[in-house]
Design a protein around this ligand. Structure first.
Ligand code: NAG
Ligand code: NAG
Ligand code: NAG
Ligand code: NAG
Ligand code: NAG
Length: 618
C-alpha cells in the first residue's frame, strides 16, 4: 500500500490499519534524533549463568539431546567463525574484499574503511553479502541505462557534490525524508548518484529468473582483479546527465494479480514453485501437514534461507497474505535500479536499511526502553498487532499468517479442536509423531491447550475486516480484540513472536535490541540478514508455525508433565541478540552499509566500471 500518498490514503482509509494510523500520527511529533547508543562492550561469549528466580519447571529434568540443543551449538560455532574473520586494518579488509568478491574494492574504499573504523563498526566482509546479492545482476545492464533510469524515476534521492536532494510527487514524505536523512549522513564522502526509491510498502520488481541468470553470467565474466596500475581510482560526475532533459522511462508497473504467478517467474526453473499447482480457492482450511517442515532439523529451522523461501516452499502461496490477497500490487518484470527497505527472495530491488529502522519514533523503535531484567519478566509470550498481511475477507482469512498464529496459540481455540468440539478453522493440531510434545503423553483430554493457557497471550488489536465492519461478521466468532500495547510494555514478557504484516515487520530491530527473546517467522529479506545468526541472536520459526509448541516447550518445559525447560538458553539468546544489536545493528552500522552500498552502486553506474577500483599502493 502506498503509505505515502495522500489521495490513496483517503481512498483506502476505511481499510487502513490502526497501526498505520498510529504510525502516521506518531510522525507528527518525530523526536529529535537519538544519538548513537553507547557502544556496549559485548562479552560475545555471554553466558547466562546468573541466578534466575526459580520458574515453575526449574529443577525438573529437561528432555535430553533435544534437537534445539544441537542447533544452538551449531549457531555458536557459526558466530565464532564470523568473528574470526574480523578485519582490523584497511589492508586486511581489502584482502577479504578481493577474496570474497573477486574484484578490486571500489574507489574510496579507504574512506569507507575509515568511516567504519571511526564508528567502531565490526568489519566482517560477509556482513555486506546482501549488497552483492542485490547489485550483481546490474553488471548485465549497461551503466548508462542504470544511471538514466534512476535519474528519470519520479521518486528519487540524489547526491551531488556531497549533498542530497529529493524529488517525489507524493504528499506524505516520511519514508523519503528518513531515507534522505540516512544518505545525507554519509553524503560528504559519496560520489554523485541517483537512487530511484520504492514509495510503496510492497516490493515491486520481479525479473524472470532466466534473465537474471544471463545477467549473472555477464557479471561472472567481467569479474577480475584489475592490476593496480591500470585502475581508474576516481568516480566521474553526473554533469552530462544533469544537462540532458529527462527521458521518459516507464518501469511498466502493472496492478493485475494474483501475485503468486507474477512472483514465481523469479524462482529457479527446478524449484517447486515453478511447477506447483496454482491455488485460487482460499476458502478451504490451509494446506498444512503436521509433518516436520521441509528441510528442517527434526522439525526446527536449520536453514533460515530455505525456511523463508517461497520458491522452496510452494505451499506458502496459500499460507501468506502476500500471495493470498495483498492490499495492492504494482509490479514490473523490468530490471531497473529500484531501492527499497525489504523484498521477497524472488524480488530484484536493491535493499537499504528500512526507513522504519532509521526513525526514532518509539512506535517502531520501541524507544529508549529495552525492557526490565529477564528475571523480572513474565514467563510467557505476548503478541499484539492488527489482522494485516493483506486484505482479509470472509472467503480467504483462513489463509492469513497472523490469523493462523493467533489461533494456534489461543488456548480456547486449541481446546475446541483437541476435544473435537470444533474443527480448527485455520490450522492443524500437531500429530503425536511430529514433535514428541510432553502433552501427547498425557491421557488428559485438553492437555495441550491447558499448557498453552499457562504461557500464551496473543490477540489482534484490529480485525481489519473487508468490507469494513465492526464487529467483523466473519472473524468475530474466532478472535477477540484487545487494546494496543506499546512495545516497551510488551518487553514485560520473555517471549516476543514477530510475524509479517503487509510486508516485513518494522518492530524487529526493536525486539532484537530488547531484553526479551524474539521468535521470528518471515518471507522477507532485509539488509541485516547476513549479520544475524538464527538460534544465536533470535529464534527462527517456520511460516507454518508447526514448530511453535516445540519451541515453547523447549524453553519453558511443562511443569504439569514433569518436564523441565531451558530458561538459561532463552535468556542467553535474548541477551546475545541484544548485545549483537548494539554492536552490528546501530544507526552507525546502517550508515556503514549505505556508504558501502552507494560506492558499489556508483561504480556500476560508471561507463568505466570494469577498470575502476581503489589502489592500495597509493
Ligand atoms: C575518521 O577519523 C579521523 C580522525 O578523527 C578523521 O580525520 C577522518 O576524517 C575520519 N574519516 C571518516 C571517513 O570518518
Ligand atoms: C550542502 O548544502 C548545504 C546547504 O545548502 C551547505 O551549507 C553545505 O556546505 C553543502 N555541503 C557540501 C559538502 O557541499
Ligand atoms: C539453504 O537453503 C538454500 C535455499 O534453498 C540453499 O541454496 C542453500 O544451499 C542451503 N544451505 C545449506 C547450508 O544447506
Ligand atoms: C513420551 O513417551 C514416549 C514413550 O514412553 C517417550 O519415548 C517420550 O520420550 C515421551 N516424551 C516426552 C516429551 O515425555
Ligand atoms: C480465542 O478463540 C476463541 C474461540 O474461537 C474466541 O472466542 C476468542 O475470541 C479467541 N481469543 C482471542 C484473543 O482472539
Amino acid at each position: 500500500m502506498p503509505l505515502l500518498s495522500a489521495p490513496a490514503l483517503k481512498g483506502r482509509f476505511a481499510q487502513f490499519s490502526i497501526s498505520a494510523i498510529l504510525l502516521l500520527a506518531a510522525f507528527w511529533f518525530i523526536l529529535p534524533s537519538l544519538d548513537a547508543l553507547p557502544l556496549a562492550l559485548p562479552s560475545l561469549h555471554f553466558s547466562s549463568q546468573s541466578h534466575s528466580h526459580p520458574t515453575k519447571t526449574t529443577g525438573l529434568p529437561p528432555k535430553p539431546n533435544h534437537p534445539i540443543d544441537h542447533l544452538i551449538t551449531r549457531a555458536n560455532e557459526e558466530v565464532e567463525g564470523l568473528l574470526a574473520k574480523e578485519a582490523t586494518t584497511l589492508s586486511a579488509a581489502a584482502a577479504a574484499y578481493r577474496q570474497r568478491r573477486g574484484r578490486q574494492p571500489p574507489p574510496h574504499f579507504d574512506a569507507w574503511f575509515a568511516f567504519a573504523q571511526n564508528h567502531s563498526a565490526l568489519i566482517v566482509e560477509d556482513f555486506w553479502d546482501q549488497i552483492y546479492h542485490d547489485l550483481r545482476p546490474f553488471w548485465g545492464v549497461p551503466a548508462r541505462q542504470i544511471r538514466e533510469q534512476a535519474n528519470d524515476y519520479v521518486h528519487r534521492i540524489s547526491v551531488r557534490n556531497g549533498n542530497t536532494t529529493q524529488r517525489t510527487d507524493i504528499e506524505r514524505r516520511e519514508w523519503m525524508d528518513l531515507w534522505q536523512d540516512m544518505v545525507q549522513s554519509v553524503a560528504q564522502w559519496l560520489p554523485d548518484v541517483d537512487l530511484a526509491i520504492n514509495e510503496m510498502d510492497e516490493s515491486r520488481v520481479v525479473v524472470p529468473w532466466e534473465d537474471i541468470d544471463a545477467c549473472m553470467a555477464t557479471e561472472r565474466a567481467s569479474r577480475k582483479l584489475v592490476p593496480e596500475a591500470e585502475l581508474k581510482t576516481e568516480f566521474g560526475d553526473l554533469k552530462a546527465l544533469d544537462q540532458t532533459p529527462p527521458a521518459n522511462f516507464d518501469p511498466g508497473f502493472d496492478g493485475a494479480g494474483p501475485y503468486w504467478p507474477l512472483a514465481v517467474v523469479g524462482c529457479p526453473p527446478e524449484s517447486l514453485a515453478r511447477s506447483a499447482y496454482i491455488e485460487t480457492d482460499f476458502t478451504t482450511p490451509p494446506p498444512i501437514s503436521s509433518d516436520h517442515p521441509k528441510g528442517s532439523y527434526e522439525g526446527y529451522v536449520q536453514n533460515w534461507t530455505l525456511a523463508k523461501s517461497p520458491c522452496d516452499n510452494a505451499h506458502l502461496q496459500g499460507l501468506h497474505g502476500t500471495f493470498v490477497e495483498p492490499i495492492s500490487i504494482s509490479t514490473t518484470k523490468k530490471l531497473f535500479p529500484l531501492f527499497g527497505g525489504s523484498k521477497l527472495p524472488m524480488n530484484n530491488e536493491i535493499l537499504l536499511p528500512p526507513a522504519m529502522y532509521w526513525t526514532t519514533n518509539p512506535f517502531y523503535s520501541g524507544g529508549n526502553e529495552h525492557g526490565q531484567p529477564w528475571e523480572e519478566k513474565k514467563d510467557g509470550l505476548i503478541w499484539r498487532g492488527a489482522a494485516s498481511g493483506g486484505r482479509n475477507k470472509e472467503e480467504n482469512w483462513r489463509r492469513f499468517q497472523r490469523h493462523r498464529f493467533v489461533s494456534m496459540i489461543n488456548a480456547t481455540s486449541v481446546k475446541l479442536a483437541e476435544t473435537g468440539k470444533q474443527k480448527p478453522q485455520n490450522f492443524v493440531l500437531p500429530s503425536n509423531a511430529s514433535y514428541d510434545l510432553a502433552t501427547h503423553n498425557s491421557s488428559k483430554p485438553g492437555a495441550l491447550s491447558d499448557w498453552i493457557s499457562t504461557w500464551s497471550d496473543a490477540a489482534f488489536v484490529h480485525l481489519l475486516c473487508f468490507p469494513p465492519a465492526n464487529p467483523c461478521p466473519y472473524t468475530d466468532p474466532y478472535f477477540s480484540v484487545a487494546k494496543p500495547m506499546q512495545m516497551k510494555d510488551q518487553y514485560a514478557y520473555k517471549y516476543l513472536p514477530d510475524i509479517d504484516g503487509n510486508s516485513f515487520s518494522g518492530r524487529y530491530r526493536g525486539f532484537l535490541g530488547s531484553t526479551s527473546l524474539p521468535i521470528k517467522a518471515t518471507i522477507y529479506d532485509e539488509w541485516h540478514d547476513s549479520r544475524l545468526v538464527p538460534w544465536k541472536h533470535f529464534v527462527p520459526m517456520t511460516n507454518e508455525f508447526a514448530d511453535i509448541y516445540g519451541i515453547m516447550e523447549y524453553f519453558l518445559g511443562n511443569a504439569e508433565m514433569g518436564l523441565g525447560g531451558h530458561e538459561d538458553a532463552a535468556k542467553g539468546i535474548a541477551m546475545e541478540g541484544k548485545l549483537w544489536a548494539e554492536r552490528v545493528l546501530r544507526r552507525e552500522d546502517m550508515q556503514v552499509y549505505v556508504f558501502r552500498l552507494l560506492l558499489e552502486y556508483a561504480r556500476l553506474c560508471d561507463d568505466e566500471r570494469e577498470r575502476m577500483g581503489w589502489r592500495e599502493d597509493g
